[in-house]
Design a protein around this ligand. Structure first.
Ligand code: ADP
Length: 477
């Protein structure tokens, strides 16, 4: 059953029970009050009749002061019809032996009640006779020499009928009130449960793949808060899904590029190897073929190591140490000092940076290698180290071929090469910068590329640093 109908049903049940109990109690209260009033009236009337009877008995002349049975009957008759009696009062008068002396029309004698009448007080009971209701009172009275029983029956059917009529009217009122309440409550419940319906719709849409769908916030209450939170959760979910999709796409591209990069050298290796085993080649051709197999094999090996580096780096958690920049630059100077075609110069300010020494060297070597590859013979490459407010800046600058601006984002992707044949001829596989990016991520840093086609490039990044004594600027090496 829907929540809306559950709330509605419970409301109707509660309202119906409350109205039923309330109405029943009220009508019964009115009835009891009327009954008490009628009972008091009946007892008062009984006293008045007793007094009237005793007075009448005294005033009727009789022989030897004896009250005759016929006289009692006459008085009873006149009392029953006298006063304001409109047929709702009946009398029964009986003697000491409870023998009837006067019996009003329709009075049904109750022997048990008669014997219970005490000497000095009145008693009463409620009776139903032939579908009508009465208050039956009884008392003892003394008139001249006689002790008599006086009983009255007062018709109170009217108040029972009034109660019955009251219940019937109230039933109709309850029905009407419930009908109106049901309509009003239905509209209120629909309005209150609207945010739930909107949320349900949003979850359904999202489960069908529409991650951009959001539920409308309708109020500032708890439901509004829930909807806002749901939308926030949906935003986070959408972002995560976009990220995952992006990652899947990147991986697919990576695998595609990897397969392609493997295929090219392997095809050449297989081709040359086949030629070597199936034909008898002269010495020079055999050397060229073997050399090709060797260089392509070396390239594949380098690629495999780089790939391994990237994968390991992605999973790595580094422990940063204090690294003296002097040591780094000395190492680079030694490494590239023997280059004859390209001049590699180091210029730096000494400082201590927080980094993983080998990984930092790896980044710089990759960048310097790329710079050398991009430079003409006789060109120069600068490796710079500068202290800045936000950290220590490393920059590798060349005056070579440069990169077009639209390539900036692409060259950091694995296997991407601007000029494939040129890169391959220089043992490139498009993995160097991808590795640099991963290593810099571990150092909470990123690679900055500035370049102009035909003018050269500058690859830089910033690492946290600490001051050491004195500044040092190295001349060209
Ligand atoms: P590779 O192993 O091919 O050098 P990288 O990821 O290091 O792979 O570089 C990707 C591509 O970016 C290179 O193929 C090259 O085209 C371009 N590139 C990198 N550094 C430079 C540079 N200093 N000047 C010009 N092009 C560069």
């Amino acid at each position: 059953m829907k929540l809306l109908y559950k709330i509605l049903l419970w409301n109707i049940v509660i309202v119906a029970v409350c109205l039923g109990i309330g109405g029943y109690s009220f009508i019964n209260f009115v009835f009891q009050t009327s009954l008490e009033r009628e009972t008091k009236q009946a007892l008062d009337e009984s006293s008045i009749l007793q007094f009237a009877f005793e007075t009448a008995a005294l005033n009727i002349p009789s022989r030897y002061d004896v009250l005759q049975d016929t006289t009692i009957e006459e008085i009873g008759y006149s009392l029953e019809r006298g006063g304001q009696n409109n047929g709702t009062r009946m009398l029964h008068i009986s003697d000491e032996q409870q023998e009837t002396l006067y019996l009003g029309d329709g009075f049904e004698v109750d022997e048990e009640f008669l014997v219970q009448i005490p000497n000095d007080s009145k008693i009463y009971q409620l009776r139903e006779i032939q579908g009508r209701y009465y208050i039956h009172t009884g008392c003892k009275m003394k008139a001249l020499d006689r002790v008599l029983y006086l009983e009255t029956l007062k018709d109170i059917t009217l108040i029972y009928e009034e109660r019955k009529e009251g219940f019937a009217v109230y039933r109709r009122v309850i029905f009407f009130v419930l009908l109106c309440a049901t309509i009003v409550m239905y509209l209120i419940c629909r309005w209150l449960t609207k945010p739930i319906r909107l949320l349900t719709m949003a979850t359904r849409k999202m489960s069908e793949g529409d991650y951009g769908y959001r539920a409308r916030v309708m109020s500032n209450d708890e439901m509004g808060q829930l909807t806002t939170d749901f939308n926030l959760m949906a935003n986070a979910l959408e972002d995560n899904i976009a990220l995952l999709e992006d990652e899947i796409r990147t991986r697919e591209e990576f695998i595609g590029a990897f397969a392609h990069e493997l295929k090219t050298p392997l095809t050449a290796i297989i081709g040359y190897a086949d030629m070597l085993r199936s034909r008898k080649l002269d010495e020079e051709k055999a050397f060229v073929s073997a050399n090709y197999i060797f260089t392509e094999g070396k390239r594949l090996e380098a690629m495999a190591f780089r790939l391994l580096d990237i994968i390991v780096t992605k999973r790595l958690e580094i422990e940063k140490q204090r690294v003296d920049t002097k040591k780094i630059f000395s190492y680079l100077r030694e490494l590239y000092g023997g280059y004859s075609q390209i001049k590699v110069m180091c210029q730096y300010e000494p400082a201590v940076v927080l980094a993983e020494s080998d990984l930092l060297k790896s980044v710089l070597i990759n960048l310097v290698d790329n710079a050398c590859k991009a430079s003409q013979e006789g060109g120069k490459v600068e490796i710079l180290g500068r202290k800045q407010k936000n950290g220590y800046l490393f920059a590798v600058k060349d005056y070579g071929m440069g990169i077009a601006e639209e390539e900036y984002d692409k060259i950091i992707n694995a296997f991407y090469m601007v000029d494939k044949s040129r890169s391959r001829s220089k043992n490139g596989a498009g993995l160097g910068l991808a590795l640099c990016v991963e290593i810099l991520k571990l150092h909470d840093s990123h690679l900055r590329i500035e370049s102009k086609l035909g003018e050269g490039s500058c690859f830089s990044f910033v690492i946290p640093w600490k001051e050491v004594n004195g500044n040092e600027t190295e001349p060209e090496s």
